[in-house]
Design a protein. Structure first.
Length: 106
């Protein structure tokens, strides 16, 4: 498992929280486990994002989706994973409906 290197902004947040908790044992006993859970969750998000970015570089479909200015590595991987096999849709409107994007009717 890679070493847990905490980004600077997380250290700063934790340091501010620790200052607030000085001398408040009851509050600290509630907040500190939550703070540890938050740090671990953010670490896992960073690891997963790195893995998804690596996968997007290896996948041709993801690379072509990332040529669209607003689409990043994570969005491209999610879209490819959601659609899976595009041949199962008879047209592009079916893809939109499948993921919950439907046009309004007035």
């Amino acid at each position: 498992m890679p070493s847990k290197r905490i980004p600077k902004h997380l250290k700063t947040y934790e340091q501010r929280e620790q200052k607030v908790l000085i001398g408040q044992k009851v509050l600290a006993s509630v907040i500190e486990p939550l703070l540890k859970s938050r740090t671990e969750a953010l670490h896992q998000v960073a690891v997963l994002t790195k893995d998804m970015t690596r996968h997007s570089r290896d996948n041709e479909t993801c690379r072509s989706l990332m040529k669209i200015p607003i689409i990043g590595a994570v969005s491209a991987v999610k879209f490819v994973a959601t659609i899976d096999t595009p041949d199962r849709f008879k047209n592009s409107r079916s893809v939109g409906a499948y993921i919950g994007l439907t046009s309004r009717r007035y």
